[in-house]
Ligand binder design. Sequence first.
Ligand code: URP
Length: 386
Amino acid sequence: MAMAGAEWKSLEECLEKHLPLPDLQEVKRVLYGKELRKLDLPREAFEAASREDFELQGYAFEAAEEQLRRPRIVHVGLVQNRTPLPADAPVAEQVSALHRRIKAIVEVAAMCGVNIICFQEAWTMPFAFCTREKLPWTEFAESAEDGPTTRFCQKLAKNHDMVVVSPILERDSEHGDVLWNTAVVISNSGAVLGKTRKNHIPRVGDFNESTYYMEGNLGHPVFQTQFGRISVNICYGRHHPLNWLMYSINGAEIIFNPSATIGALSESLWPIEARNAAIANHCFTCAINRVGTEHFPNEFTSGDGKKAHQDFGYFYGSSYVAAPDGSRTPGLSRSQDGLLVAKLDLNLCQQVNDVWNFKMTGRYEMYARELAEAVKPNYRPTIVKE
Ligand SMILES: NC(=O)NCCC(=O)O
């Protein structure tokens, strides 16, 4: 089926354009849970966003007032962007151009009072893993602890008192120079709080990432920040409910999902998966996708009998935040760089937990027992036959 590129701006714009108001309200109730209040962001922030040519949107998720706990308010920022330079530009120039682009967006996030910001998956590079070529793409890999991008993010974090989640291609030179798909978490103090690695590596269509790195070996760490407990479920991990679950079991209140995915493969899954994870795990989820089409110098094939090609297809942006009560923000556009600011009250996690009780009713001990059996090589599935 043919798929729209940048000319189709967003589902939201299409609904607003074509639905009469009473229908629109009902559709929004069903599609988004409820209509969220728009955040009153500073005028200078909108002016700067327009000057820098990116979209800025802001929404607030409310929670009920409690007697014993104060609201736990945190502002998160989700950044989606195109790669500013072509993929065949010199590596160092591509990285610098991306640093400059992100710096401009982070400055606007700071004006909006963002406390925790997350960039898209492998944000310092084109998403070149489809090519299965090593050079020059492996040259984008950096140390998570003290590479140039981590140092750059440390400055941003300290200057703006902001936690920065920076998903990069990591080279671990202390352990055999091995590459990983990693997110570095930098505290608002500027210190590197830690890192987490992509647990599930796609082998689907042009997403042949197993040529570059293996499944992550750091489990499901949750990072205690000044603004709440966060974790990072990188891209393809969002198709794995147990992956979300383990971050949640370790206490995550906000799970970021920095991604790189294209319309033909996943656009109809996109609004469902992170949102469902927020509902199932009583937490907030932040789904972030890159934007545009990236062209590579050499043709590659997808192993599907179709012609060789030089691009992945269209990265459709549409980043959004979902809440434990199932409500969600509209998506950023499919076509433009953007910053989505969401004001969260983390008290909502416990409030929804107390209503739906998924943690209490989850029967994890039963699944732990059954899964421990099911993964054994001699396991016989329980099928009842006549
Ligand atoms: N980057 C990545 O893991 N993409 C895989 C495709 C998808 O999960 O939609």
